[in-house]
Design a protein around this ligand. Structure first.
Ligand SMILES: [Zn+2]
Length: 60
């Protein structure tokens, strides 16, 4: 039997509500192996490439 290279449980998506804008959620992707966040859905990360509030909450 062959195992897939991609472990489906390696990443977890965690929603964290913004402190600044109500109803806005950071969908932070956490790497379960390192326990650190690797990306986020928000513009701070996707456009500015800066770790956002949500990512910092989980750990960068
Ligand atoms: Zn974010």
């Amino acid at each position: 039997m062959e195992k897939s290279d991609q472990a489906p449980d390696r990443y977890e998506t965690i929603s964290i509500e913004s402190k600044i804008r109500e109803g806005v959620f950071h969908k932070v992707v956490k790497d379960l192996e390192t326990g650190k966040s690797v990306s986020c859905s928000c513009k701070y990360w996707s456009k500015g490439n800066k770790p956002c509030f949500g990512m910092k909450t989980i750990g960068v």
